[in-house]
Design a protein around this ligand. Structure first.
Ligand code: ATP
Ligand code: MN
Length: 153
């Protein structure tokens, strides 16, 4: 049987800290309140080797720790802006974002994924950003995609 809206108990919101992801988060907060669901915020950062190219990875063992610290800070700031009574949780995971989002949703027992149609780097003339598109392909639960503040005309 197909899950109804009343079965939404745990929502995973994927964020890249873009304005569009912020709008997705607002929508998720509204759904969580109405459904009495819990919210979990996820950010995935790639392996530095892939992000920067093998030759360009800084020879600094502290680099990843510092990156993690800054990303964790951004996550904490985002959670702090949300209504306290929702008891929002958050996690920071390393990997391929489009692969990790569905994997984490399964791990967390989330029955809805909410994300932006676009993020930080994409072209608005594409219908969906690549992380959004590939998440849709891999996910086994419904995915709600939210357009950014300035939808393409
Ligand atoms: P592209 O990355 O393909 O150039 P884009 O950045 O415009 O395009 P996506 O990356 O697909 O678009 O972003 C769509 C949504 O996916 C974002 O609004 C956010 O909700 C989610 N997202 C993107 N990257 C991440 C990430 N690293 N961790 C968690 N969620 C992410
Ligand atoms: Mn992106």
């Amino acid at each position: 049987m197909v899950a109804g809206m009343s079965d939404i108990e745990r929502i995973l919101v994927a964020t890249d800290f873009s304005d569009t992801a912020d709008r997705a988060l607002e929508v998720a907060v509204g759904v969580a309140k109405r459904q009495g669901a819990t919210l979990h915020l996820l950010h995935v950062y790639p392996l530095l080797m892939y992000a920067l190219g093998q030759d360009l990875v800084p020879d600094d063992p502290q680099f990843e720790m510092k990156l993690r610290e800054r990303l964790q800070q951004k996550l904490d700031e985002t959670v702090a802006r949300l209504p306290k009574e929702l008891g929002v949780t958050a996690s920071l995971v390393q990997g391929n974002p489009a692969r990790e989002i569905p994997i984490q949703a399964e791990k967390l027992g989330a029955n809805l994924i909410v994300m932006g149609t676009h993020g930080r780097t994409g072209f608005q003339h594409m219908m969906l950003g690549s992380v959004a598109e590939r998440t849709l392909r891999h996910a086994s639960v419904p995915v709600l995609t939210v357009p950014g503040p300035r939808p393409a005309a």
